[in-house]
Ligand binder design. Structure first.
Ligand code: FPP
Length: 251
């Protein structure tokens, strides 16, 4: 792991794992009188800049929300644009990501995605499976509730197959989540000034710090990510415990 740069102050080290809700592509385009598709295209450029900058800030894993289970409600043309961006992102960047030691993992339900997108996802994951310099998790057709349902169902299936016995506990449920094995999520960042989780990483959010930034996603990059890291390092994480004051010796 790269050591955190000295010029990012704070009492906290890390974060190791940053999750990003990349919001504001539509408003960025609208403000310029451009179609929303251009906002999403610029969003991909912002994603590339951010992935590039993350290891230099000591981050080991980025999880980004690319397409939610609710995004199917958008107009068909916009859904098709977002699928097209996955095709072009993987076509243009997979080799570079692989050379740079990035392991790509896609979270979310594969069923329901176009067959060629499923094949692209599988190629991205298998090409980079042994890389260990950095983990990029792309949530695509992902919903936190659906992921929890799938994890519970996976456990039920294991019980029915005689591979597990009850009662279900947190550790057992966690092994069925699509994020299993990734470092714990330290911070969830949402851009564009909106302040909600929108069904992202519901389980993993339990002790994550939340950082809201006003920047629209297409304007995101190393500077904004550095600012999020700075905010995180100033937080006091207690995980439900209290800080114990040192007891002064009497006399
Ligand atoms: C939110 O902006 C953004 C999305 C729904 C999609 C995020 C996708 C990208 C950045 C494209 C790259 C993704 C991959 C996986 C290659 P919005 O459209 O909701 O913005 P608005 O709230 O301003 O309308």
């Amino acid at each position: 792991m790269t050591a955190p740069p000295a010029d990012v102050p704070g009492s906290q080290t890390g974060p190791r794992h940053v999750a990003l809700i990349m919001d504001g592509n539509g408003r960025w385009a609208q403000a310029r009188g451009l179609p929303r598709a251009i906002g999403h295209r610029e969003g991909v450029q912002a994603l590339k800049r951010t992935v590039q900058a993350a290891p230099e800030l000591g981050i080991e894993c980025l999880t980004v929300f690319g397409f939610s289970t609710e995004n199917w409600r958008r107009p068909a043309e916009e859904v098709s644009d977002l699928m097209g961006l996955v095709r072009s992102y993987v076509a243009s960047d997979l080799n570079r990501l692989d050379r740079e030691g990035v392991r790509v993992r896609v979270l979310g339900r594969r069923a329901g995605l176009p067959a060629d997108i499923r094949a692209i996802i599988e190629r991205a994951e298998s090409t980079t499976a042994t890389n260990d310099r950095f983990l990029l998790q792309v949530a695509f057709n992902y919903g936190g509730r659906a992921d929890l349902v799938d994890a519970a169902q996976a456990w039920v299936d294991r019980v029915l197959a005689g591979e597990a016995t009850g009662p279900l506990d947190e550790a057992a449920l966690e092994t069925g989540l699509s994020t299993a094995g990734a470092p714990p999520v330290d911070v969830i960042v949402r851009t564009s000034g909106e302040r909600r989780l929108s069904n992202f990483l519901l389980w993993e959010a339990a002790y994550a710090e939340l950082v809201y930034q006003d920047v629209l996603w297409p304007d995101y990059g190393p500077e904004a990510l550095g600012d999020a890291v700075r905010q995180y390092r100033q937080r006091d994480r207690r995980f439900g415990a209290v800080e114990v004051e040192p007891v002064l010796a009497a006399g």
